[in-house]
Design a protein around this ligand. Structure first.
Ligand SMILES: C[S@@+](CC[C@H](N)C(=O)[O-])C[C@H]1O[C@@H](n2cnc3c(N)ncnc32)[C@H](O)[C@@H]1O
Length: 270
């Protein structure tokens, strides 16, 4: 397990490459999120599937389990995540896997080539969400389906309240929540603007309890590149100050937080 947080303005991809080996342990909820997203895709034959922000392959795994497609292309700019993906899913018989180290906006994929585009817990990281939706829609054939799961507005408020009062204020990290999280109507706008017909868009908000250590570890794994904005020593002090405040605010069941997941299923008009 890597023990430090990114200390420079490195990219999201660099952050995910650094934490790739810890990712699977830290974000168990992403796995069942991907499974539930895939369960909500309309029944059908999906032979060519594109997994955008594929990470270590949880969404692809769920797609294989349900639809057994002939070909899956995974796109992610974090090589460390692609390496984990390849090791986990590279050898499944009858499913041809192609991986591309690329950003959603410059995916090396043919237009209109895919029956299904899936994007699980990555859309919130896309810096240009309109362009991302358009790029994913272009990859779909007419009649193809898009399935997105992302972090929703309203989540992590207790944590945001804490970091708003840890000084010096880390504006980059505090602002990341508003920059990333979205709600149903915002998602509907992205999809409609991209020429898609939304079938179902829904949000779930969950209350969870966890240990402060586990919560801090999850934040490091999924967002270390946003937290580490200063020198290594300053970052360590900043993280320690956050941790101390979370402990102060924790009860007998640990740290209580709310997490929102936004799901969307849409079809490209035939
Ligand atoms: C939380 S992981 C989710 C991975 C996987 N889909 C899953 O469900 O486990 C987010 C992934 O999005 C990728 N990502 C971040 N920015 C991206 C971008 N601009 N284009 C494509 N993928 C991106 C990251 O590298 C990371 O692997």
């Amino acid at each position: 397990m890597s023990s430090h947080i990114h200390t420079s303005h490195e990219s999201v991809a660099g952050g995910f490459t650094e934490t790739a080996s810890d990712y699977e342990d830290a974000v168990r909820f992403n796995i069942e999120g991907a499974q539930r997203l895939v369960l909500c895709i309309p029944p059908g034959r999906y032979e060519d599937v594109l997994d955008v922000g594929c990470g270590t392959g949880w969404a692809t795994q769920a797609v294989i389990d349900r639809f057994r497609p002939a070909r899956i292309t995974g796109v992610d700019p974090a090589q460390g995540m692609l390496d984990q993906f390849q090791a986990k899913l590279g050898g499944i018989e009858g499913v041809e896997i192609t991986l591309a180290n690329a950003d959603v906006e410059s995916m090396p994929v043919a237009e209109g080539a895919f029956d299904l585009v899936i994007c699980s817990m990555a859309y919130h990281w896309f810096p240009r969400k309109w362009e991302a939706a358009a790029a994913m829609a272009r990859a779909l054939r007419p009649g193809g389906v898009m399935a997105i799961l992302m972090s929703g507005r309203g989540g992590e408020q207790a944590y945001r309240d804490v970091i708003a009062n840890v000084e010096p204020i880390n504006h980059r990290w505090l602002g990341a929540f508003d920059g990333n999280l979205r709600n149903q109507s915002e998602m509907e706008d992205y999809l409609v603007q991209a020429g898609m017909e939304p079938i179902d868009i829904w949000m779930e908000t969950r209350v969870r309890h966890t240990t402060v250590e586990a919560y801090m570890e999850r934040m490091r794994v999924v967002a270390g590149h946003m937290i580490g904005d200063q020198s290594e020593a300053d970052t360590a002090a900043y993280v320690a100050a956050i941790e101390a405040k979370l402990r102060e605010r924790s009860g007998p069941r640990g740290w209580r937080y709310e997490f929102a997941k936004l799901f969307a299923i849409a079809v490209k008009p035939a």
